[in-house]
Ligand binder design. Structure first.
Ligand code: UD1
Length: 341
């Protein structure tokens, strides 16, 4: 019988790509999403790519009764928990919303896992837990630093809640994946990132500027201590990132975990500046992106990239897609959305 995985936030950007990779790896998937920041059409995109009938449940992970019914209706032993609020700036304005939503949904899921004997959880964490590291690249031994936003704090607290829960309940296993900067879209251009309103993240802003929806990309700062002065990140292709979740689930199912709680850096190992990324986009697509330098964005760190050797060795996983292919896929998705030929 096929193993089934519950994917919370499965209509979202990383959730849809992960669902595709899970199905292609032979899993059954049940998707839960409250559609607060996503569209049902995204699940349709996943169905189109995979040809699979994917059960979809519209529910909020903080709703214990609704979630309990979903746990009873489907037989799954593993959960990938994406459902969370994720805008750094908004979290500073509305901290209670972020703490309530992100903590409550995880607590609800863990209580149900404990009560109903579901063993494995993969958690969507972030490199934001490292703050601005003193030494680069960051390994899993790099100490976490006090969070600079409520959003970042929820990632740290959620990691700790999972660690404590799986150490107290020995039959349970958890893996936190600390994502660097996920970008790009599925090669089919049938799913991708769907930002609401003006994009806060770099790549959707680039593709919308290339599409003529935004006039000009603002580059936040050129006076950082980096080779060209713009900030440096580790941009990871969303399909590569999705595959890391499939490997993490398989690791727990196959009993390969070294301890009940593990965490991994999921990046490429290569840092790129904002200006380099814009140049790579222009090279990959042949489309110019009007841009100007403006002041630094409050709360931004200067530079971060991953040491991925632990994830590469332990998980047998590696990011493979080139930055050009990734950026071309982001552009193909934007064109699909806007009906641009
Ligand atoms: C941050 C968090 C990440 C979180 C994500 C959610 C860190 C290290 N990362 O990513 O954990 O999941 O937010 O949104 O805290 N930029 C521009 N112009 C723009 C937009 C962005 O120059 O219009 C620059 C930013 O200043 C930054 C880079 O592009 O240097 C990437 O920005 P963004 O895509 O927003 O991601 P992070 O802020 O790195």
């Amino acid at each position: 019988m096929k193993e089934c995985v519950l994917v919370t936030g499965g209509a979202g950007y990383i959730g849809t790509h992960t669902t595709v990779e899970l199905i292609e790896a032979g899993y059954d998937v049940v998707v839960v999403d409250n559609l607060s920041n996503s569209e049902l059409a995204a699940v349709e995109g996943v169905r189109k790519i995979t040809g699979a009938e994917i059960p979809f449940e519209q529910a909020d992970c903080t709703d214990k009764e609704a979630m309990s019914r979903i746990f009873d209706r489907y037989k799954f032993n593993s959960i990938i928990h994406f459902a969370a609020s994720k805008a750094v700036g908004e979290s500073v304005q509305k901290p209670l919303l972020y703490y309530r939503n992100n903590l409550d949904s995880l607590l609800t899921i863990l209580e149900l896992m404990r009560d109903k004997g579901v063993r494995n959880i993969v958690f969507s964490s972030s490199c934001t837990v490292y703050g601005q590291p003193k030494v680069l690249p960051v390994t899993e031994q790099t100490p976490r630093q006090p969070a600079t936003s409520p959003y970042g704090n929820t990632k740290q607290i959620c990691e700790d809640i999972i660690r404590d829960t799986v150490s107290a309940h020995n039959e349970m296993y958890g893996i936190a994946l600390r994502y660097f900067n996920p970008i790009g879209a599925h090669p089919s251009a049938l799913i991708g990132e769907l930002p609401k309103g003006v994009p806060g993240n770099l790549v959707p802003f680039i593709t919308q500027t290339a599409a003529g929806i935004r006039e000009c990309l603002s580059i936040f700062g050129d006076d950082y201590d980096t080779p060209d002065g713009s900030a440096v990140r580790d941009y990871i292709d969303v399909v590569d990132l999705a595959r890391a979740h499939v490997v993490a689930v398989g690791r727990m199912i196959q009993g390969k975990s070294r301890s009940n709680y593990e965490f991994f850096n999921v990046g490429t190992g290569q840092g790129r500046s904002v200006l380099e990324l814009v140049a790579a986009f222009e090279k990959a697509t042949g489309v110019k992106v009007p841009h100007k330098i403006v002041g630094r964005r409050a709360g931004d760190i200067e530079k971060i990239w991953a040491d991925t050797s632990f994830a590469n060795q332990e998980l047998g996983w590696k990011a493979t897609r080139s930055i050009e292919d990734t950026l071309a896929s982001a552009w193909a998705w934007e064109k699909h959305l806007r009906n641009i030929k």
